[in-house]
Design a protein around this ligand. Structure first.
Ligand code: NAD
Length: 281
């Protein structure tokens, strides 16, 4: 039976470390959070982020803009926050109104204040193994793998899902640890090859958003399984991996909920402190 890789205890340890770092900064760090319009999804992220920030001694400065804010006005607003020396990190809450292109907008955040780690310059630094601000979900998956004690050197790692926030940055981070990395995606499934890749994974990371996509009996004995997927069924939330069957075969597995999820907000706060340190340089 696999051991559970739970996010909460890991997050608690990391938060203790963050608190120490916050205390060593010259001033209380400030996170500026931009929410455009009223949205229940964004409001719930804001709530959990502001609570996490407060507990760590970080000031959470919520900036709410009108629903009809134009891209140009939002870019102007971001520029002001970029030049505001009291602001250490900036996050744009999703979802944004349909008229605003997140990818375009997020590139205007100063790379040193980009606590989501999505600025092209920060993504580029991952490629060169020099990243200091890493996309939060990818960073969470790395923390969970590390907590299993698995040495990644030469290991067969299969990532299912090649999004810019999870699969692609993870592939680079894992290559840096000398893992042999395969990235599977919709094309892999359509070609009927998903199962064969998953079966040889010593570390499997799945970030798709399809309940039951990965059959429990595909899991290699002793594998480390990180399930990033979040799927809301009628009565519960599940991941992308058939948990019960997979748990019988894996060495370590993340529960959903309770695995990756609880870590991501902590990773955001870790990036904020990292940003503050970058600005002190
Ligand atoms: P995305 O929609 O950007 O990407 C989905 C990926 O899955 C793509 O690479 C696509 O090719 C692949 N895919 C789709 N159908 C497939 C199939 N049948 N077989 C194989 N691959 C297939 O998704 P995302 O933003 O990376 O999110 C993925 C999942 O992770 C979602 O469930 C999301 O809710 C969850 N998520 C969780 C957290 C967290 O904090 N726990 C954070 C981010 C995302």
């Amino acid at each position: 039976m696999a051991k559970l890789l739970e996010g909460k205890p890991l997050a608690e340890n990391i938060r203790e470390e963050i608190k120490k770092q916050v205390a060593s900064l010259q001033a209380k760090p400030v996170l500026a959070s931009i929410m455009v319009g009223e949205n229940a999804g964004a409001a719930s992220y804001v709530k959990s982020q502001s609570k996490a920030a407060e507990n760590l001694g970080i000031e959470y400065r919520l900036q709410t803009l009108a629903q009809d804010t134009t891209e140009e006005a939002l870019i102007d607003f971001i520029r002001k926050l970029n030049s505001d020396k009291s602001v250490n990190g900036i996050i744009i809450q999703m979802p944004l109104p349909a008229a605003i292109d997140y990818k375009k907008i997020s590139a205007y955040i100063s790379p040193e204040k980009d606590i989501e780690g999505m600025h092209p310059q920060n993504i580029g630094k991952i490629l060169f193994g020099k990243a200091r601000l890493i996309p939060c979900t990818a960073a969470s998956a790395m923390e969970l793998i590390n907590s299993s004690g698995m040495d990644l050197y030469g290991k067969e790692v299969v990532i299912v899902g090649h999004s810019e926030i999870v699969g692609k940055p993870l592939a680079l981070l894992l290559l840096d640890k000398f893992a042999t990395v395969t990235v599977a995606h919709i094309g892999t499934s359509k070609a009927g090859k998903l199962e064969e890749h998953v079966r040889r994974a010593e570390v499997l990371i799945v970030a798709v958003g399809k309940a039951g996509l990965i059959k429990g009996d595909w899991i290699k004995e002793g594998a480390v399984v990180i399930d990033v997927g979040i799927n809301r069924l009628a009565d519960k939330i599940v991941g992308d991996v058939e948990f019960e069957e997979a748990q019988k075969r894996a060495g370590f597995i993340t529960p959903v909920p309770g695995g990756v999820g609880p870590l991501t907000v902590t990773m955001l706060m870790r990036n904020l402190v990292e940003s503050a340190k970058l600005q002190q340089l």
